[in-house]
Design a protein around this ligand. Structure first.
Ligand code: ADP
Length: 628
């Protein structure tokens, strides 16, 4: 448990470190270096292996070329050995005829076999007969002494390296001091052929393929054939001055001994070894050798490693690029993962915020709904109160009017009683005409009284219909004035009415009359103590005749500036207690508002002006529009 607890923070620290962009850049660099080194190694190794395999194949090819070239003439000496002409020569080596015959035969064979020279020598190396006049190579005596069947020798005149095939010619068996049964050597057939054409094909190959060099070294490690002319007669390994002197003195080579090539002696076929030749401009090369045992020769192939190295370098940069790509991919994936993680986190936070907001909205909505419900209740209560107030206001107006009404009704009633009594007496007197006149007067009075009661009835009713009808504004003005007639007559108010007879406005007659009664009533009240009592009612067309502005002006006492602001406040009144409720203007403004208009008050020099606008249904004659 303790171990796990201590490991966890370490693992977390490690994880945090691994997810840092800096670490990813470091990783990218590391992968680049690794990619570079690995790709270089792999490419170089595979290039070397390929080159080595190719070189091995070539070595085999060159070796078999050489073997084929040598093998072509291998059986020629033994065939010549059984020729009767040569056997006759061996029987009589000093016979000039036998020599001439042998020479002629050898010349013919030489031409047909395509060899360079063929000659027969005695056991000491003296030429007995030859395909042409010649000097035997100095190595012949040495070869005869060693009992060799072939040797290479350089021709100082041509500078070429020639191959010599030897076939011993022996006489009959005899006992000698050397040993019983030994057949004495009487002579030797020598076939000389030139390897220059083969060497020329190698040089040609070497010129065509810049990447590969081929050379053949003899048993003294001296290069006797090469695709590079400069290396000819160079020492394959390393020769100190004394050995170089000895080689030079051996007279085996037509030229001076060349430079030391310093190739290691342990070169093997199939396992190329990198060497650097100590020559100016020499490049690193892969060296392989193959022994040609029967001839005592070493065939060496040198392949240029430059291309392999260039390819390895290319591969190394490719590997570095690959490593960098992987590193960058890891960086990209890690940043993407980080970005996705942040996105998910942001989304979660957003969702949480959203949920919180929804909760808030829900709670706020609930609160608002409660408030709304409360408001609705308040509005309902208000409406109820307003309705009640409206009724109360009407009752107040009715109360105010009751005095006037009783006067209005009592007067005609008294007159009616007088007229009725007078009519009875006139009937008794038989004055029918006078009775008829009385009855007419009585009818007029009853009509007037019923008119008043009709107005009162409609005024007191609670009006709640929609404003759909069109009413005559002049009728409404007249009805309102009629209701207040007793007061205006008592105060001798001069009423000036400028309302077109045909004008019909969108309103409800009862309520419009209520507004007018209120405005006229207030005007009459204001003019009560004034010397001049003038009430002016006029209509002005507005909005191209689509609306009508109703204006009520009086020459009353008016109100102060401070009171003007408070006129439409409920219960604001300047009238003595019991006379004013302070509701008339409030209710009037509300009614006008319901008709789609606005009630405004204005102070005049003498008196007040109240005005409100209404939608026009028709004008009898469309008046000119005036600016208000
Ligand atoms: P009330 O008439 O019951 O007082 P109103 O709302 O009708 O209620 O009027 C409120 C007040 O406005 C009145 O008390 C009066 O002081 C003032 N007022 C209304 N009309 C006029 C007017 N034409 N001239 C002067 N004052 C007025």
């Amino acid at each position: 448990m303790v171990v796990t607890a201590s490991l966890r923070p370490r693992a977390l620290r490690l994880l945090r470190l691994l997810s840092r962009p800096g670490f990813h850049l470091f990783l990218t660099g590391l992968l680049m270096v690794l990619g570079f080194v690995l790709a270089h190694r792999i490419s170089e190794r595979s290039g070397r292996e390929q080159l080595s395999a190719l070189s091995t194949e070539r070595l085999e090819l060159y070796a078999s070329n050489l073997a084929a070239e040598l093998g072509r003439h291998a059986s020629l000496p033994s065939l010549l050995a059984i020729a009767p002409t040569l056997q006759a020569l061996m029987q009589a080596p000093e016979d000039a005829n036998a020599r001439r015959a042998a020479s002629q035969m050898l010349a013919r064979v030489n031409v047909r076999a395509g060899t360079h020279q063929i000659f027969v020598a005695d056991a000491r190396g003296q030429v007995l007969s030859a395909s042409e006049a010649l000097t035997p190579p100095s190595r012949l005596t040495e070869a005869l002494a060693q009992g060799r069947t072939h040797f290479f020798a350089a021709d100082p005149t041509t500078g070429s390296t020639d191959f010599y095939l030897l076939h011993p010619l022996r006489g009959a068996s005899q006992v000698s001091s050397a040993g019983a049964g030994e057949i004495p050597l009487r002579g030797v057939i020598v076939v000389r052929f030139n390897l220059a054409p083969l060497e020329a094909t190698w040089i040609d190959l070497g010129l065509r393929s810049q990447n590969e060099r081929i050379l053949i070294a003899d048993d003294q490690d001296v290069v006797i054939m090469s695709s590079v002319q400069a290396w000819k007669y160079a020492v394959l390994g390393h020769a100190d001055p004394s050995r170089r002197q000895a080689l030079q003195a051996s007279a085996r080579y037509p030229q001076a001994i060349g430079p030391n090539l310093d190739l290691p002696a342990s070169l093997e076929v199939h396992q190329g070894q990198q060497v650097s030749l100590p020559l100016p401009g020499a490049k690193p090369m892969l060296a392989q050798q193959r022994q040609i045992v029967p001839l005592g020769l070493r065939l060496v192939a040198l392949s240029d490693l430059t291309e392999v190295r260039q390819r390895a370098q290319l591969a190394a940069w490719g590997g570095a690029a690959f490593g960098a790509s992987i590193g960058l991919l890891v960086l990209y994936l890690s940043s993407r993962r980080r970005a996705l993680r942040q996105l998910t986190k942001a989304q979660t936070e957003l969702q949480q915020a959203h949920a919180l907001l929804e909760q808030l909205v829900d709670s706020r909505t609930a609160e608002l709904r409660q408030t709304n419900d409360a408001l609705k209740t308040q509005i309902a209560q208000r409406l109820q109160t307003e309705g009640e107030l409206l009724q109360a206001s009407k009752l107040a107006v009715l109360g105010q009017m009751s005095a006037g009404l009783s006067h209005e009704v009592n007067q005609p009633l008294t007159a009616l009683r007088a007229l009725a009594r007078n009519s009875i007496r006139l009937l008794e007197a038989g004055r029918q005409d006078a009775v008829a006149t009385n009855l007419q007067l009585m009818d007029d009075m009853v009509e007037r009284m019923s008119q008043i009661t009709r107005q009162l009835k409609s005024f007191a009713r609670k009006a709640d219909e929609q404003v759909t009808g069109a009413v005559s504004l002049l009728d409404c003005v007249r009805n309102a004035l009629l209701l207040l007639e007793h007061r205006s007559r008592a105060l001798d108010v001069q009423a000036e009415i400028e309302v077109p007879a045909g004008l019909r406005v969108r309103a409800e007659a009862n309520r419009l009359e209520q507004v007018l009664v209120n405005l006229f009533g207030n005007a009459i009240d204001a003019m009560q103590n004034e010397a001049e009592r003038q009430l002016r009612v006029q209509v002005i067309a507005q909005d191209g005749g689509r609306r009508a502005l109703m204006r009520v002006q009086d020459s009353g006492a008016g109100v102060g500036e401070a009171d003007l602001q408070r006129l439409f406040e409920p219960f604001f009144t300047t009238k003595p207690a019991g006379e004013g409720l302070g509701l008339g203007l409030v209710i009037s403004a509300k009614i006008v508002h319901e008709f789609g208009g606005t009630l405004r008050a204005q102070r005049l020099e003498h008196g007040m002006s109240f005005e409100f606008d209404l939608a026009v249904e028709t004008w009898a004659a469309v008046p000119e529009t005036k600016d208000v």
